[in-house]
Ligand binder design. Structure first.
Ligand code: DC
Length: 216
């Protein structure tokens, strides 16, 4: 099952709950881009220099744990799960995700877990690029004000200002939608769900009914 969509649409919460209900693994592909971004940041590499970022790839390993109740991500064996949800890492992840070499490097990492079957994956290009043959594809969207509010609440303990959070979210979406390689777009065969006025439970119920009624 693939769930793509812009930042703050509720993909993570929904994907984890859906994976739990189905008894599937949970693959947070954004966490892979974020883990790499965290390493780029920690090394002091300029994310605007594609060659410098590419040089990091050769000496890097990323790994994940896929249980929806406790997903973890590690870089070079170090658990970075709690370090990658900062605005700076979000921005760097979006920047470096536009580089073809970065996407090509993370593609087999994602497909390896997908090949095990029984996976709910969330990201930007899962239905279009990573798992084009997925059994069920969703594109989760929501009005920008609602997405900014949700992200703002998540960042509350980091004292982020709402207008700044909204501006960063819009800049990141623009960057993710406008890039040349694997831009954020709904797959032609994805079911689009607008979560603006829906609760998490309502979104997951709708997905469960789409999955239940799909032709085998
Ligand atoms: O889902 P997220 O906000 O954690 O993702 C962080 C960034 O990673 C996002 O702005 C773009 C990039 N990304 C991507 O290009 N493709 C994916 N499948 C997932 C994330």
């Amino acid at each position: 099952v693939t769930i793509d969509g812009p930042a703050g649409a509720g993909k993570s919460t929904v994907a984890k709950l859906l994976a739990s209900r189905l008894g599937y693994l949970y693959l947070d592909t954004g966490a892979l881009y974020r883990a790499l971004a965290w390493k780029v940041q920690t090394l002091g590499v300029n994310p605007r220099e594609p060659q410098a970022v590419e040089a990091v790839l050769a000496a890097t390993t990323v790994s994940m744990e896929y249980d929806p109740s406790r997903p973890r991500v590690a870089v070079d064996g170090q658990d970075v799960t709690d370090l990658i949800r900062t605005p700076a890492v979000s921005r760097i992840a979006s920047e470096i995700s536009a580089y073809p070499a970065v996407r090509a490097w993370l593609l087999p990492v994602q497909r390896r877990i997908g090949a095990e079957g029984g996976v709910v994956g969330e990201g930007r290009d899962l239905g279009t690029q990573v798992f084009p043959a997925a059994a069920h594809k969703f594109f989760l969207d929501a009005a920008v004000d609602v997405r900014a509010n949700r992200r703002h609440r998540e960042l509350a303990d980091q004292c982020a200002a709402l207008d700044r959070t909204r501006a960063e979210l819009e800049a990141r979406d623009r960057q993710d939608r406008d890039r040349e390689v694997a831009p954020l777009v709904a797959a032609p065969d994805a079911v689009v769900i607008d979560s603006t006025t829906l609760s998490v439970e309502q979104v997951v119920d709708r997905m469960m009914s789409v999955i239940a009624t799909a032709q085998p």
